[in-house]
Design a binder for this molecule. Structure first.
Ligand code: SF4
Ligand code: SF4
Length: 337
């Protein structure tokens, strides 16, 4: 699976995670929150990715082998039916690297589900993945593409040499397919996250800057920019610990706490499923191994098929302050923007 960008990443390949922030997060004063109607089923199709970004909270990379099976995907679709979930949100790794990605999208679209693909656009430039753009357009999948900055130097520093150029080429290809263009029905949203232990800037202002710069320099158009706060977990958490910045970053998140964001944190309307079919309150809890609803034992997708309702309880820990700091943060960007 190693593609041309993996070669570029050798100087950049992050060290394996040797320090885990989970024990430092579990005692918390974050307020209790309850789930409402679940609108989105988020599936992590696996940790395989052609990149190994510094900030990655999944610690994804080209050497990861964990992938969701087709039978787990089928159970997830049954759960979507049972609880009348309207949106399937596909994430990874690079979701398109799962061999059953195409099957899942076709099944979901045939059921009338809205499908979102969180793609790292460089995958479209990897040999063997040239089909991705056409396939997404054909099935009217919403594309949510990561582009952590509009500066070539910053993107390459975070993601590896050559990643900025490959991302721009891929986004231009999506534009040619109609993505981001008015009236096409094909939505292209971009995702920004900070390079280091700071909060994202104002989403609306940054979106305007992205649109101006990417439009002028590359003729690119897109719908929305989502700013996402880095979570103090997994690879980013380990970097904070190794640099002695973990405590300061937690203080930053807690000092910026905005209670108004509690009403729209994403776990209130979403559940997240890992590659083995275990269910969590969100992608971040999934990465910390915290089961759905704060349960002591893993909760399997198949168990939900025997339930009348989804748990209302949500398992919180100190990393939740990453969702409520400042303008707030979620898979759909700022909460108060
Ligand atoms: S942040 Fe995205 S593109 Fe980067 S390694 Fe993680 S999953 Fe891959
Ligand atoms: S980290 Fe997850 S559980 Fe905590 S507030 Fe954010 S979305 Fe909810």
């Amino acid at each position: 699976m190693a593609g041309k960008f993996v070669i570029n990443l050798h100087r950049f390949e992050p060290a394996p995670i040797v320090k885990d922030t989970k024990p430092l997060l579990q005692s918390t004063e974050f307020p209790p929150i309850r789930r409402e109607t679940v609108e989105t089923l988020q599936l992590n199709l696996g940790y395989l990715c052609n990149l190994s970004c510094i900030h990655c909270h999944v610690a994804a990379g080209p050497k990861r082998t964990e992938l969701m099976s087709r039978s787990t995907m089928a159970t997830a679709l049954e759960v979507a039916d049972r609880f009348q979930v309207r949106t399937l949100d596909l994430t990874g790794g690079s979701p398109e690297m799962n061999p059953d990605f195409g099957w899942l999208v076709e099944q979901a679209r045939a059921r009338g589900l809205h499908v979102m693909d969180r793609l790292n656009p460089t995958i479209m430039e990897e040999p063997g993945y040239e089909w991705v753009g056409d396939f997404l357009a054909e099935h009217q999948v919403e594309a949510i593409a990561s582009l952590p900055c509009y500066s070539r130097a910053n993107v390459d520093a975070q993601r590896g040499n050559g990643v900025f150029e490959a991302s721009i080429t891929a986004l231009q290809r999506l534009n040619r397919l109609g993505y981001g263009k008015p009236g096409s029905g094909l939505t292209l949203n971009l995702v920004y996250n900070p390079l280091g232990p700071v909060l994202p800037p104002d989403q609306r202002k940054l979106e305007a800057d992205y649109k101006e710069f990417l439009g002028d320099a590359f003729g690119l158009v897109f719908n929305r920019l989502f700013t996402i706060t880095n979570m103090p977990i997994q690879r980013f958490g380990a970097i904070l610990l190794s640099k002695g910045q973990f405590a300061d970053y937690m203080t930053l998140l807690k000092n910026a706490y905005e209670p108004g964001n509690l009403k729209s944190v994403m776990c209130r309307s979403l559940i997240s499923v890992d590659y083995l079919g275990r269910v969590h309150d969100c992608d971040f809890n999934q990465m910390l191994g915290l089961p759905l609803g704060g349960a002591k034992k893993p909760v399997e997708l198949a168990q939900l098929l025997r339930s009348d309702d989804l748990p209302r309880a949500i398992g919180v820990a100190d990393h939740c302050f990453g969702c409520t700091a400042g303008q707030g943060s979620s898979c759909g960007g700022a909460l108060s923007s």
